[in-house]
Design a protein around this ligand. Structure first.
Ligand code: NAD
Length: 471
């Protein structure tokens, strides 16, 4: 246990230290920083956010290089997916932080008078952020923005599957934010497992549903609250009244982003019978065009093997899907009408393979979606408000995009998160701030007016008054 008088030593030679010891020491450093009280002030929080903004502004070139080394992704794509959204989130947070962090007075009923009640957000303490590799800056720094805005200390574990970016973040973060309050640890699942067995005040994880389950189980031991940003199969419903040209272009664009390795990428399409042929024809043109503009590789051989195994044995008709092992890429594949029970239709694809399933009508599409785990995102292409309303009401998903895909991520006022197997909790903008805050209730009563009839035994009159006032 750390005392306030003796600061734990910062790390020296990580490699020489057993994982559990390293984790405990780092946690003690972060805990000491939090216990010092400095992270609570608005000045400290603002300084950290400004530091993160400078980190990005002054190192955009190095971030591009690292992400290109990890994923082969080009700088414009990185700007749009990793740099701009984090910058926007920081600026948005800086603009609203004072208001979000201010206490909110709540009204008191007559029975509670006299007095004053308010809710005050306070930092949770030391939080753990486990990032993901597919957008390695976005999915590591974005939650950190909210964690620091809420006044927490944090341990950050970037993904080991994007090692160049992880290394860069480990080098840069201590230079731009409070190095004792924000600790960066690099390592694989062994480190992540060791981290989640320790007592944190919040765990924020981005990754697969399988690992999410393990994180939840481990966190239950300490009753640590968790946010799980997971994945799943996000469907696209294309109604017969949709603008098929626009739908095909947008679906192809979204499927090509990061080589299809995005948690809110369209996983498969459900299309009404009468427009199926037109949609497939347009997609077969648009997908290669969109994929040709994205240079992202499949992250590793394991994922490439997994994707290869999805290309066959599904019972549908396949177009495209040529694998180049040397460049670790796959040309976009369209699979029409695969067997819904095939592996392709059971597991999250996370790559450039797009199954298209024909449905008789929107009701059948809705039934198909509702027969599966609740998705992180659901997309709908329609020009009809009635269809939009019907699908929105009849389905449940983390978010729903109508006539476009993925842009919901960029609106900070929209909570971002899943439901059921696609995740629990949310972040972005004030939602992120709230996720990393405890909303403490405060009630103050005056000591004066300490009337004896307010205490038992209650007389007849008091009983009648209390029964009326307190409901
Ligand atoms: P993953 O779950 O396999 O790995 C994520 C991290 O978990 C790794 O860094 C690893 O160190 C750690 N880990 C592995 N086993 C662990 C264990 N037993 N205990 C603790 N930690 C462990 O995820 P991935 O394959 O790297 O990413 C792809 C998945 O992430 C997809 O399902 C995708 O949809 C999802 N994802 C979700 C979001 C979102 O915002 N909801 C964003 C990106 C990716």
């Amino acid at each position: 246990m750390t005392t306030k008088s003796a600061a734990p030593q910062a790390r020296t030679n990580e490699n020489a230290i057993p994982t559990v010891e390293l984790v405990r020491r780092e946690l003690a450093v972060a805990r000491f920083a939090f216990d010092s009280g400095r992270t609570r002030s608005l000045t400290w929080r603002t300084t950290q956010l400004e530091g993160l903004l400078r980190l990005i502004d002054e190192n955009e070139g190095r971030i591009n290089t690292a992400i290109e080394a990890d994923l082969g992704r080009g700088s414009m794509a990185t700007f749009m997916a990793d740099i701009a959204p984090v910058r926007h989130e920081i600026r948005h947070t800086l603009k609203h932080l004072e208001r979000w962090a201010a206490p909110t007075t709540v009204p008191l009923r007559a029975a509670q008078m006299p007095g004053k009640a308010w809710v005050t957000p306070e930092p949770k303490g030391v939080v753990l952020v486990i990032g993901a590799w597919n957008f390695p800056v976005l999915l590591t720094l974005h939650p950190l923005v909210s964690a620091l805005a809420a006044g927490n200390a944090a341990i950050v574990k970037p993904s080991e599957l994007s090692p160049a970016t992880a290394e860069l973040l480990a080098e840069l973060l201590p230079r731009y934010v409070d190095p004792n309050a924000v600790r960066v640890l690099q390592g694989d699942a062994t480190l992540s497992s060791a981290l989640v067995t320790e007592r944190f005040d919040h765990v924020f994880f981005t990754g697969s549903t399988t690992v999410g389950r393990a994180i939840l189980e481990a966190s239950a031991k300490h009753l640590t609250p968790v946010t799980l940003e997971l994945g799943g199969k996000s469907p696209v419903i294309v109604a017969k009244d949709a603008d098929i040209v626009v739908a095909a272009r947008r679906i192809a664009w979204a499927k090509a982003v990061n080589g299809g390795q995005a948690c809110i990428a369209p996983d498969y399409v459900l299309v009404e019978e009468s427009v199926r042929a037109a949609l497939v024809e347009r997609l077969l043109k648009e997908l290669p065009r969109a994929a040709g503009l994205d240079s992202t590789r499949i992250v590793n051989d394991r994922h490439l093997d997994r994707l290869e195994s999805l290309l066959d044995g599904h019972g549908g008709e396949r177009f495209g899907g040529q694998i180049n092992r040397q460049s670790r890429t796959i040309t976009p594949a369209v699979i029409t009408d695969p067997d819904p029970s095939s592996q392709l239709m059971q597991e999250e694809i996370f790559g450039p393979i797009l199954p298209i399933i024909t449905v008789r009508d929107i009701e059948e599409a809705v039934a198909f979606v509702n027969g599966r785990p609740k998705p992180l995102a659901l997309y709908l292409f329609t020009e009809s408000r009635t269809t939009e309303c019907a699908v929105t009401k009849a389905t449940s998903s983390g978010s729903i995009g109508i006539n476009h895909l993925m842009y919901q991520l960029l609106v900070p006022e929209l909570p971002f998160g899943g439901i059921g197997e696609s995740g629990t909790g949310s972040y972005h903008g004030k939602n992120g701030f709230d996720t990393f805050s405890h909303h403490k209730s405060v009630l103050r009563k005056p000591s004066a007016l300490d009337l004896s009839f307010a205490y038992p035994p209650y007389g007849k009159l008091t009983t009648r008054v209390f029964r009326r006032l307190m409901g």
